[in-house]
Design a protein around this ligand. Sequence first.
Ligand code: HEM
Length: 442
Amino acid sequence: MTNLKERLLYTANNPTDDRGRMRAVANNLILHLHPTKVPAPALKWSYTWGLGGMSATLALVLLITGVLLMFRYDASVERAYTSIQNLETQVAFGALIRGLHHWSANLLIVTTFLHLIRVFLTGGFKQGRTTNWLIGVILLLLVVAFNFTGYLLPWDQLAFWAITVGTSLLSYVPVVGAAISNFLLAGPEVGQGALRNFYAIHVAVLPAIMIILLSYHFWKVRKDGGISQPISKERTRVERLTTIPHLVQKEFAAAVVVITAVTIFAMLVPAPLEALANPSHPPNPAKAAWYFMGLQELLLHMHPLAAMLLPGIVLAAIAAIPYWDKREEDIGVYFRSKVGTGTAVIGAILGIALPPVLVIVDEYWLDLPALMPNISTLISNGLIPLALSLGGLAAIYFLFRVIARANRSEATVGLFVFLMVSLVTLTVIGIFFRGANMALVW
Ligand code: HEM
């Protein structure tokens, strides 16, 4: 009895029968995506956690279930909601396919976000991987755009009001905001034009961009010499293992785990469908989709322009990280070093503790517009809190540099962890601690 590796290699080299030929084709395909051998340390679960592979699997599940949904979905204001109801009640496995699509989309936001964090923490953007980092940032935005445009399609109360809240923010974007909103909604408010446009963007524009960028992302991982690796200090040669079966087995396992988990979840928890959209009856509270709750929380404390500028600046800074942190000695090492681990722990503690304190202080005690009645609220409630927030972030960075004696790379780790944990904390506050009229509730 030969083992799997020998069998695969044998059949790939001897494609004389049909099975052998099919296997040779499959192996060929795999070896177009991957190099023939990969460094053993890159195969460790605890390095990538399979997050890129899981995201790719979920994207594939979304593509397949999305195409199936298109056979029954009707993008018209009169029929969208009933087409979803019919799909769930009259089509065999219709509810399961919708559930798989819905939960995979939500999970993809989580896995992509965690993949970004893993790549950052191991310095996976260094040594010529800048392009792939930038492509990755666009991929994250694409994943959010997919979720946002898909949210409207069931045309229920949740969909209608989440998109109404979300797109109303666009009006605060200077110069181009109104034009983008008009283009997206095809009119002043969410209606038939918006549903048609969101559908076209969701099923044609975004998938086309996604397929191109994902193909490039995978190709570039290979072109960059595989995934990042710590620089070997002992100058010993790192052990290299064949892609087939070592890497392929791991990728297959990650795919099976994620597909099984999301299928079981979709069977137990149906995708939500609320009452038919009613434009004259907003729910209270009218919340945005969960992944925008951090942004909505900022809006409760700042002028909308500042609440949009702050995440915009942070996103631009995240995109620019490869130009800022070029130290290559620490590539492939989680948190860079012991000092980096320390700044990350402090960043995480601050990210859990500071946002709730600031939210409570602003909610009950601090009223900047009342303190500065003669100044426009754009300044008192917008530019001043924005400047204070950016100043606070700079202060955290310099505290790491001075007190923890962290180098640029290690201090950036602390600040990055603070920002990511703060985003999660604000999202949790928005989801669980905001009630009627968006008041704080326990
Ligand atoms: C749909 C979204 C995405 C998919 C499917 C995806 C997929 C992958 C896969 C399969 C890998 C190989 C290694 C691994 O599994 O970790 C990888 C590596 C990489 N990804 Fe992504 N990715 C996505 C989004 C992102 C994002 C948001 C970023 C960062 C902004 C990013 C940046 C990178 C970089 C720089 C590498 C090389 C990492 C290294 O060498 O350690 N990707 N990606």
